[in-house]
Design a protein around this ligand. Structure first.
Ligand code: S3P
Ligand code: PEP
Length: 409
């Protein structure tokens, strides 16, 4: 599906949007619920990734296809490795077979798990024969993906002796590890995280516990970008959010003050308001803790004609696509002066934005959603726009509630 997006010349918006639960929190809680059936969950994510996770958890034997869902791939690897009597082949989309799992597989093997590669060493598909895991100490590199660590932490309390992890190297995407620990604590599991050691105490059972998932902050990022690109007094209200979020991407509320977006927490909503402000020429942003909002921020800067230097982006190359390369190609098509390295992106201030450029999305939901707000500055086309369903199936419907005109071509 190819979409043509445009907006009327005056863009002063006022709107309310409801976003469903965080896909990261949802996929963690779904796994915990499979281990501890007394857990109930409200405001689950309606994303494809949460759906494949739910389906995957129901499989006892056979093939589990998690499509593009990185968290499902990594979290289910730990889950099936520790489920005695279950035997599955875990696989996914073509891109998923290029996203590494070796660090996690080696950590699980050193704990006694039975996992073998079906094709290429280090990558899905993998065959997992569930085993009782009795060892309780493992050390693993922490600088490639936090999802390997979360995967181990999520099964940790269900193991006989609990688990102690030693994290080696610079720890990446730390808020996601802290989110996992906070959710474990939320269901009554004891944990500690000191220096590079994480300990999780064993917990065979959990009593009736209800958890409400906060809505997805990464999805909120596209509305931050829209408000930044709109006129003063534009106001978008998003629900349901809270100030003490577990999601690292909530740092958006601070980052976007630089673009004149003010956030107010009112009851269970956030109100994003465009205010008059001094526009900067260039911003610097370290995103090691919030890699999923890099694309949104780069495009906002381009739309505003602001330069940026974004760092801490080393994990972007192994996500749904090589996001650094994809940003380089697509922003260049629009007229940007951009350069990227293996872990950083630099955009020069003051570009003219070319009209009617068709943005390729590379099977990456965030490419489609990050570029959509540019419709407020010029008309733009989005190729394979259905990719958004990975995290935000209602995205285009919600965009239509704003004054963005969407035509299917
Ligand atoms: O644990 C999670 O829910 C996630 C962790 C991050 O991955 P990395 O730790 O691989 O950066 C993030 O990019 C991903 O969208 C979700
Ligand atoms: C990287 C992402 O997801 P995952 O790694 O879970 O596929 C994302 O949603 O931006």
């Amino acid at each position: 599906m190819k979409l043509h997006l445009s907006a009327p010349p005056s863009n002063l918006l006022k709107s309310n949007i409801e976003i469903t639960g965080s896909k990261s929190e949802s996929n963690r809680l779904l796994l915990l619920q499979a281990l501890y059936p007394n857990i109930s969950i409200d405001n689950l994510s309606n994303s494809d990734d949460a759906q494949v996770m739910q389906k995957g958890l129901q499989v006892e034997n056979g093939v589990v296809d998690i499509h593009h869902a990185g968290t499902a791939m990594r979290f289910l690897t730990g889950y099936f490795a520790s489920q005695v009597g279950k035997e599955v082949v875990l696989t996914g989309s073509k891109r998923m077979t290029e996203r590494p799992v070796k660090i996690l597989v080696e950590a699980l093997r050193s704990l006694g798990a039975d996992i073998t590669y079906e094709k290429e060493e280090g990558y899905p598909p993998i065959k997992i024969k569930g085993k009782k895991i009795t060892k309780n100490k493992v050390s693993l590199p922490a600088d490639v993906s936090s999802q390997y660590i979360s995967s181990l932490l999520l099964i940790a309390a269900s193991l006989q002796e609990g688990l102690e992890l030693e994290l080696v190297g610079k720890i990446t995407s730390i808020p996601y590890i802290k989110m996992t620990l906070a959710l474990l604590n939320g269901v009554g599991i004891r944990t500690s995280f000191e220096g590079n050691i994480i300990k999780v105490a064993p917990k065979p059972n959990i009593g009736a516990t209800n958890l409400v998932v906060e809505s997805d902050w990464s999805s909120a990022s596209y509305f931050y970008s829209i408000v930044a690109l709109c006129e003063v007094d534009t106001e978008i209200t998003l629900s349901a959010y809270k100030k003490d979020s577990l999601q690292g991407d909530s740092v958006l509320s601070e980052i976007y003050t630089q673009f004149g977006v003010e956030t107010t927490f009112e009851k269970n909503t956030i109100v994003l308001r465009k205010v008059a402000h001094q526009q900067m020429t260039t911003i610097n942003c370290e995103l090691q803790d919030a890699p999923d909002i890099a694309q949104t921020i780069a495009v906002t800067c381009f739309g505003l004609g602001i330069g940026c230097h974004l760092t801490g982006l080393h994990t972007l190359k192994i996500k749904e696509t090589d996001r650094l390369e994809a940003l380089y190609v697509e922003l260049s098509k629009l007229g940007a002066a951009i350069s990227v390295t293996d872990n950083a992106l630099t955009l020069r201030a003051g570009n003219v934005i070319k009209s009617d450029v068709a943005i390729d999305t590379y099977n990456d939901h965030r490419m489609a959603m990050a570029f959509a707000p540019l419709a407020l500055r010029t008309s733009i086309l989005i190729n394979d726009a259905e990719v958004v369903s990975k995290s935000y199936p209602d995205f285009w419907n919600d965009l239509e509630k704003l004054q963005i005109q969407i035509k299917k071509l």
